[in-house]
Design a protein. Structure first.
Length: 196
């Protein structure tokens, strides 16, 4: 985090030096409006910085949902493999969320205040189920969510120019790919068809 602050401070100082008039005057005039949230000159931001911010915010939101659904699975799952998978989701997505929060701070992205409307509905649906019905719905949700997340993380890893976001997206894609394979095995064990 301190490294990111030092880089931003250095970049701002460099920008101010470049903006000094050649007459020797020491006044600085910004060439573009500054972002009041983080004070960075918007001209310094890469063109895909907005996509990076959106990705990080969505990933944090999705991770929160995975943790909540995993906690439900660990508590309400009727079979040990569903309970264990839920615990794995809580552990892995909490760890990924902690890493994502550090990058979010560097980008000036505020943490989501809660789940998205869609995720709230999914959590509410799962909360109302029990026994094998819960297991079936949870497995189906995990297959669907991880398929979408894998696509999003791979796309971000390929398109971002931010090294920290790229590394996180690549790590996340690997983790989600493992989760997807586990969810497919879980579906097979519970006689559910995993949609491709």
């Amino acid at each position: 985090m301190m490294c990111g602050v030092a880089l931003v401070s250095g970049a701002m100082a460099l920008a101010q030096v470049r903006q000094e008039p050649s007459t020797g005057a020491s006044q600085t005039t910004p060439t573009a409006p500054t972002n009041g949230e983080n004070g960075i000159n918007s001209a310094q931001l890469p063109s895909n910085a907005i996509q990076d911010k959106d990705f990080v915010h969505s990933a944090l939101e999705g991770g929160m949902a995975e943790v909540q659904m995993g906690q439900l699975a660990a508590q309400k799952g009727s079979s040990d493999d569903v309970k264990q998978f839920g615990q794995k989701m809580v552990q892995d997505h909490t760890q990924m969320g902690d890493q994502m929060k550090q990058v979010a701070q560097q980008l000036g992205v505020s943490e989501p205040k809660g789940l998205s409307k869609k995720d709230k509905a999914e959590v509410a649906k799962l909360s109302s189920l029990s026994g094998p019905e819960f297991d079936k719905a949870y497995i189906a949700a995990m297959l669907k969510e991880h398929k979408k997340d894998l696509s999003d993380f791979r796309a971000e890893a390929q398109n971002t120019q931010n090294p920290a976001v790229k590394q996180l997206a690549q790590q996340g894609a690997q983790m989600i790919d493992q989760h997807m394979q586990m969810a497919e095995q879980l579906a097979k064990a519970h006689n559910q068809v995993a949609s491709k």
